[in-house]
Design a protein around this ligand. Structure first.
Ligand SMILES: [Zn+2]
Length: 344
């Protein structure tokens, strides 16, 4: 078995994947045509250049520009349902992912009379059929959003939707958006509400902003951290993450493309792993980044020299940190990973 085959065959988990960053080019084209938008070309390979950066992209502007290109095409029930369904297919068939958590911010997908709740229902519908057809388990995370166009009222609506659909497709909430301008501390009351309602919390933190955002997120109740790339700046925060069993949702290629880390050899993932922090490997925005989870695992092996046991441990970390009931985690482990996921 060659290296690529081996990585493919390893049963995997992705805990950090944005629905709107995981869209096939064909779907972007069809959505535009069906809903009356103009496209610069209908050629798939040409369209790919507008909707995807190359894996070695190092420009935040280019990265964000790709979202602008197709974002308006997504705001329709049929398109969101299709994207959700295709995410199940791609993850199960192309990446051998056994459990996937997909996230999105409902207010970013609304239009005219297409409401936040209808957005959520469309995605859940696609997931329902995709899970059944492709034998993958998928959980939805609804993202509160830090951005000047997103109002407090909209974030409350997202949180209430998470509460309403928790256990019926939704598994938790996230706080996404621009952490360099909006500290997690501004969202304290949302976190308090989520905790009292028993909604699991993850939070983008320490990606574009400093380690202290990670500390705040943990103190407010986050059980996982999206990225946490900057925690190396403060050993006390590394210790806080490790000692509280907080899993880091590492997204290697994304961190390079958005210039959070200058180059992959400087990425702190291995340092965190050796320190005893529970790291997980994820894709963030696979179609925009031009990668998948196989690619990220291969990259991690090449750069950090992880061996089979390390990879198994990383997948095991993901399962343990998944927003699933303990019995569902045990079921996943016994079904796909046996008890040999960590060999001593
Ligand atoms: Zn993300």
């Amino acid at each position: 078995m060659n290296f690529e085959e081996f990585i493919y065959k390893l049963p995997k988990v992705d805990l950090h994947r944005h629905l709107d960053g995981s869209v096939r080019v064909e779907t972007i084209r069809d959505a535009a045509l069906e809903h009356g938008f103009n496209l610069p070309t209908q050629d798939i390979e040409e369209l790919r250049k507008y909707s995807q950066v190359s894996p070695d992209c190092k420009s935040l502007t280019d990265f964000l520009k790709t979202f602008d290109f197709f974002y308006e095409f997504l705001k329709f029930p049929d398109v969101l349902e299709r994207i959700a369904y295709e995410n199940c297919e791609d993850a199960a068939i192309k990446e051998n992912i056994k459990y996937l958590e997909l996230r999105f911010a409902p207010p970013l997908q609304t239009r005219d009379d297409f409401t936040e709740e209808e957005v959520v229902k469309s995605v859940l519908h696609g997931i329902k059929y995709g899970q059944k057809k492709f034998g993958i388990r998928v959980g939805i995370i609804l993202c509160l959003y830090r951005y000047h166009t997103i109002t407090e009222e909209q974030n409350w609506k997202t949180l209430k939707l998470a509460e309403k659909y928790l256990g019926n497709g939704v598994v938790g909430i996230d706080l996404a958006g621009d952490e360099s301008k909006f500290s997690v501390l501004n969202y304290k009351k949302f976190f308090e509400y989520a905790r009292s309602a028993g909604i699991p919390i993850t939070c983008h933190a320490g990606e574009a902003a400093s380690a202290v955002e990670v500390k705040h997120a943990i103190e407010l109740g986050a059980k996982r951290i999206g990225h946490g790339t900057h925690i190396y700046e403060d050993e006390n925060i590394m210790k806080l993450v490790r000692d509280n069993d907080i899993a880091l949702e590492i997204c290697l290629t994304s961190n390079i493309q958005t210039q959070v880390v200058d180059n992959i050899n400087l990425h702190p993932a291995r340092k965190y792993y050796d320190y005893g922090i529970k790291i997980t490997l994820n894709t963030d925005d696979p179609s925009v980044s031009g990668i998948d989870l196989n690619y990220e695992f291969q990259l991690a092996v090449k750069v950090f020299n992880f061996d089979l046991n390390d990879l198994r441990k990383i997948v095991y970390n993901s399962i343990k940190a998944a927003f699933l009931a303990e019995e569902e985690k045990s079921e996943l482990i016994s079904k796909y990973f046996n008890n040999s996921i960590i060999s001593s």
